[in-house]
Design a protein around this ligand. Structure first.
Ligand code: ADP
Ligand code: MG
Length: 233
């Protein structure tokens, strides 16, 4: 289980500061597909980056599997990022001169897995997103939707508990967006997926829970955990 407890995030700005998050409290189930909606600048990316350990909260706490992160050292954050979380970005962030297979294999290079095992797992992840026959291609030879599927394969290759996706369909047409959403829905069956999106229709259609944000706060939550669930999670 993952819990944000009254998270605040300030960034320095000029002489003052920007309050990107103003006390966000949210608990996620081990297994659900959460869409985060809200206008530009309301703190969605900041929240996702804090959940994924890419950015640090100013005050509050992020509780991971019952453990507070208040005293996390760099090593703890590294371990969390490398083993528990997979990221998917709007701009894919693939390495252009590497093949599709290498792009996915590289995500395993930090985890002490043998070369043969890396390849096996990367191929399996690419098969899962329907790209088992595109291993030797380079990202530049693919469509946006295919590149995003490679990025999803890269995110799941380590079998993380959590996938964080920041506007994964933001650069895609509607038909391709649907393909990407189908894949995210499928991989959300056995993990937590938190997706930021500008598209309320896709959120309604594919996710199991919708969280709306405004001005650094949670405006609404379609499926908060019940008291019993919180005890059990
Ligand atoms: P969203 O993803 O919802 O568009 P962000 O989380 O990117 O919003 O940004 C929330 C607020 O925090 C905005 O006012 C933004 O300008 C500010 N912000 C985000 N990142 C930084 C940063 N690294 N430095 C300064 N201000 C930032
Ligand atoms: Mg953003």
């Amino acid at each position: 289980m993952l819990e944000l407890k009254n998270i605040r995030k300030e960034y320095p700005a000029g002489n003052g500061k920007v309050e990107a998050l103003r006390g966000v409290s949210l608990t996620f189930r081990k297994n659900e597909f959460v869409s985060v909606l809200g206008p530009s600048g309301c703190g969605k990316t900041t929240m996702l980056n804090i959940i994924g350990g890419l950015d640090k909260y100013t005050t509050g706490d992020l509780v991971i599997n019952g453990r507070s992160t208040k005293d996390f050292k760099d090593r703890d954050w590294d371990g969390y990022r490398n083993h528990s979380v997979g990221f998917v970005f709007q701009s894919y962030n693939l390495i252009p001169h590497q093949t599709v297979l290498s792009n996915v294999e590289l995500a395993l290079s930090l985890s002490g897995v043998s070369k043969a095992e890396r390849k096996k797992r990367a191929v399996a992840a690419l098969e899962r997103v329907g790209l088992g026959d595109q291993l030797k291609k380079r990202p530049g030879e693919m469509s946006g939707g295919q590149m995003q599927r490679v990025a999803i394969a890269r995110a799941i290759v380590n079998d993380p508990d959590i996938i964080l996706a920041d506007e994964p369909t933001g650069a895609l047409d509607s038909e391709t967006s649907v393909q990407v959403m189908e894949i995210l829905k499928e991989i959300a069956k056995d993990r937590l997926v938190v997706m930021v999106t500008h598209n309320p229709e896709l959120a309604e259609r594919y996710s199991t829970r919708i969280v709306r944000m405004l001005d650094g706060e949670i405006l609404s939550d379609s499926a908060p955990l019940s008291v019993d669930e919180r005890k059990a999670e």
